[in-house]
Write a protein that binds this ligand. Structure first.
Ligand code: ADP
Length: 295
């Protein structure tokens, strides 16, 4: 089973080109779709989930023509949107049971077994009788995964699931996602590099509605090996460094500004070579994409 996206484009009525000829082949397993806010990730996720129409292009999941066979797709789709409402005065168990009925799991015993298994999988079993309004952000997201898995989906879309979660909750969420079988196509859309680093066997980076890079994270890292250097500088020097080097990121390290630059040869000047991280790949792609556009 493979999800194939072909030349997908979408321009909103305000003129924003949210998707520009996006083509991607997404195999089973965890696929990370990484990009900054506004890159077009949600537009792409909603289009794949049949919630909105593109202007042009095709999507297929195995034999299903997604844009034409919406009902067929919905039967095998699990979707956790960026924002979703929950009935606050109902327990997780009762709401899952309700969703289970809606999704056509008519046999009561079968439904109960499935829901118990999902509550265990998402580490919510001991809180199953608690009203959802008492759930933390992380628990709500894990509940979202439980409901998305009710119909044993072949395609699971998870849109920005860890935004706003604290590190402990984020880790719990990673553990739940990492347990999902390799039989499902899972698309994890995120602007958080660590999400992809922890979980994904394949990835793409999108920016301004375009795919800048795709592949296997380890191979992608290999391509940048020995090209990223770092230096701790004074804040006042930043402008000059930006003029002289391809500064792909700047952040504080122990209170001091530290820059990472992209350079094919050793730059000297007090820079030291670093082990390339996925974050460097991300920043360098966004740098290249954004700068290519502004020229
Ligand atoms: P992301 O999920 O990566 O943050 P989105 O798909 O939400 O990106 O947005 C991509 C671009 O399209 C952004 O510039 C956003 O402002 C714009 N956009 C999103 N939805 C709409 C809409 N309904 N109408 C007009 N512009 C939109």
């Amino acid at each position: 089973m493979e999800l194939i996206i072909n030349n997908l484009s979408k321009t909103y009525s305000n003129g924003v080109k949210a998707l520009q000829n996006i083509s991607l082949e997404i195999p089973t397993g965890m696929f990370g779709l990484l990009g900054p806010n506004g890159a077009g990730k949600s537009t792409l996720m909603r289009t794949i989930a049949t919630l909105q129409e593109p202007d042009s292009g095709n999507i297929s999941l195995g034999d299903i023509n997604v844009l034409k066979q919406k009902n067929e797709l919905r039967q095998v789709l699990g979707y956790l949107p960026q924002q979703f409402g929950l009935y606050p005065k109902i327990s997780a168990e009762v709401l899952l049971n309700h969703f289970g009925v809606l999704k056509g799991i008519t046999h009561k015993g079968e439904r109960k077994d499935l829901i118990d298994a999902l509550l265990h999988k998402t580490n919510l079993y001991e809180f199953k009788k608690q009203n959802l309004k008492g759930y933390s952000g992380g628990m709500k997201q894990r509940f979202g995964i439980a409901q998305a898995l009710l119909n044993n989906p072949k395609l699971l879309i998870v849109d920005e699931p860890t935004a706003g979660l604290d590190p402990v909750e984020r880790n719990r969420f990673y553990n739940v996602l990492s347990e999902l079988g390799e039989q499902t196509v899972v698309i994890l859309s995120t602007h958080i590099v660590d999400d992809v680093k922890e979980l994904c066997t394949n990835m793409a980076i999108i920016n301004q509605g375009q795919v800048c890079l795709r592949g296997n994270p380890l191979q992608i890292l290999e391509n940048l090996k020995s090209r990223v250097y770092k230096k701790t500088i004074k804040k006042s020097e930043l402008k000059v460094y930006k003029q002289n080097y391809k500064v792909i990121s700047e952040k504080l390290f122990l209170g001091k500004p530290t820059i990472h630059i992209l350079c094919d040869v050793y730059p000297g000047d007090g820079f030291s070579l670093i082990n390339t991280e996925l974050e460097d790949v991300y920043f360098s792609e966004i740098f290249n994409n954004t700068n290519a556009k502004s020229i």
